[in-house]
Design a binder for this molecule. Structure first.
Ligand SMILES: NC(=O)c1ccc[n+]([C@@H]2O[C@H](COP(=O)([O-])OP(=O)(O)OC[C@H]3O[C@@H](n4cnc5c(N)ncnc54)[C@H](OP(=O)(O)O)[C@@H]3O)[C@@H](O)[C@H]2O)c1
Length: 340
C-alpha cells in the first residue's frame, strides 16, 4: 500500500484577512528523496508573519506562494530516509518542508540540529527569527552603550531577541506589546527596562505620550516590526541621528488602513531630515552568510539560560490555519509553533 502524508495547500488568495476557506488539507503519497535529498517526518512547523505577504500575487522580495501547492515554511523533524552523506536516518534536521507532515529537501539546504536542544528552537530563538534580530542589529544598529532601543511585537521571537541583545550591549530596551499580560512578561521573563501596551494606547497621540514617558531620553534605535499607530507614536520620539531598522509592518499585512491620528507623509519626511534619521530596510536573507556567527554566539547563551525565549505550541497539523490567524492578531505568546 502507498504510504501517505498530509499537507496544507493555498486553495485561493485571501481577500484581506485570511479565512479557513483559503486553505485545503490534502492527503498525498509520501515522496521519495532524490539524489542528495533527505525525507523528514516533521515534528514541529513554523508559522511566521511573512507567510501572509506571500499569499498575495504581488511583486515582493520573494515569489508568491503558488496555489494548490504545499504552503511554504520552515519545519524540523527526524530524517527517515537519506540519499546524502550529510545526514543519516535518525538525525534531526531543519528545512523548508512547508505546512506538511513530511517533506523532501536537498540536504545542502537543510541544517543538522543539536539533539541537546528542543527541535522547535530551530524555528524561533535559534532560527530565522532570532537571526533576523541579530543580523539587523549587527548590520544596521550601530548600538552604543547607554542608548535607548524600542521594539514592538516584543514578546515574539524577533522582538524578544532584539531587546535582550541590545541590553547585553548596554542599551536600555523598551518593549511594546499587546495587553497587560504580555507587558508583564517583557519585564519578568525577558528583562526589558520598560513596557508599553499598544492595546491601551490605540491612537498615534496616545502612543506618542506613552512612549515619551517610557523613553525619557528619547529613542535612538527603533526596530520596526509592526507599523500602524505604534510607528506613528515612535517617530516624534526619535533622537537626532536615530536609526530605524524596518523589519516588518504586521499591522498592515492584510491591507488594513485604519490609523487613528496618522502622521502625514510630509511631516514624516521632515522628521527624517530634521533628525537626520537613518531608515534602513532589513531582509534577513541578505545576511545568511553570517548565520554561523549568530549560531556560535547565541546557542551557548540559550543553553545557559542567558537568553530567554517563549514558544506558543499549537497541537496538530489540522490547527495550522487557525494558529496562523491567531498569530497575525497577536493571539500567540512567543514563537508560534505547530506540533505535528
Ligand atoms: N525582514 C525580515 O527579514 C523579517 C524576518 C522575520 C520576521 N520579520 C518581521 O518581524 C516581525 C515580527 O515577527 P515575529 O515572527 O517575531 O512575530 P510574532 O511577534 O511572533 O507575531 C506577530 C506579533 O505582532 C503583533 N501585532 C499583530 N498585529 C499588530 C498591530 N496591529 N499592532 C502592533 N502589533 C501587532 C502581535 O503581538 P502583540 O500582541 O504584542 O501586539 C503578534 O503576536 C513581523 O513583522 C515579521 O514580518 C521580518
Amino acid at each position: 500500500m502507498t504510504e501517505m502524508m498530509k499537507r496544507w495547500v493555498l486553495a485561493r488568495r485571501p481577500n484581506g484577512f485570511p479565512v479557513a476557506e483559503d486553505f485545503r488539507l490534502e492527503e498525498v503519497p509520501l515522496p521519495e528523496p532524490g539524489e542528495g535529498e533527505i525525507l523528514v517526518a516533521c515534528s514541529h512547523l513554523s508559522l511566521d508573519p511573512y507567510m501572509r505577504g506571500r499569499m498575495d500575487d504581488v511583486a515582493s522580495y520573494t515569489a508568491p506562494q503558488e496555489l494548490d501547492k504545499t504552503m511554504g515554511g520552515g519545519g524540523a523533524g527526524v530524517v527517515i530516509a537519506s540519499r546524502s552523506d550529510k545526514f543519516r536516518e535518525g538525525d534531526l534536521a531543519f528545512g523548508m518542508f512547508g505546512w506538511a507532515s513530511h517533506g523532501v529537501a536537498p540536504a545542502d539546504q537543510c541544517r543538522k540540529l543539536d539533539p541537546a536542544l528542543p527541535p522547535s528552537t530551530s524555528l524561533g530563538v535559534l532560527g530565522m527569527p532570532g537571526f533576523t534580530a541579530w543580523s539587523g542589529l549587527e548590520a544596521y544598529g550601530r548600538m552604543a552603550e547607554g542608548e535607548t532601543l524600542a521594539v514592538a511585537a516584543a514578546t515574539g521571537p524577533v522582538g524578544s531577541m532584539v531587546g535582550q541583545l541590545a541590553q547585553r550591549r548596554g542599551l536600555r530596551a523598551v518593549g511594546i506589546a499587546g495587553g497587560a499580560e504580555k507587558c508583564a512578561l517583557l519585564s519578568e521573563r525577558f528583562g526589558f527596562d520598560a513596557a508599553v501596551d499598544h492595546r491601551a494606547h490605540r491612537s498615534v497621540p496616545e502612543m506618542r505620550e506613552a512612549l515619551a514617558a517610557a523613553c525619557p531620553d528619547g529613542i535612538d534605535i527603533y526596530f520596526e516590526n509592526v507599523g500602524g499607530p505604534v510607528l506613528g507614536g515612535v517617530l516624534p520620539n526619535m533622537n537626532l541621528h536615530g536609526r530605524i531598522i524596518v523589519c516588518g509592518m504586521i499591522a498592515w499585512y492584510s491591507g488594513e488602513s485604519d490609523e487613528t491620528g496618522a502622521i502625514p507623509l510630509q511631516k514624516v519626511w521632515r522628521m527624517a531630515l530634521v533628525k537626520r534619521l537613518t531608515i534602513q530596510g532589513l531582509l534577513q536573507t541578505d545576511h545568511v552568510a553570517r548565520f554561523r556567527d549568530f549560531a556560535a554566539e547565541v546557542t551557548p547563551l540559550v543553553k545557559e539560560g542567558k537568553i530567554a525565549y517563549l514558544e506558543d505550541v499549537s497541537d496538530g497539523l489540522e490547527t495550522m490555519p487557525a494558529a496562523f490567524f491567531s498569530m497575525l492578531k497577536g493571539g500567540n505568546t512567543g514563537k508560534q509553533v505547530v506540533k505535528v
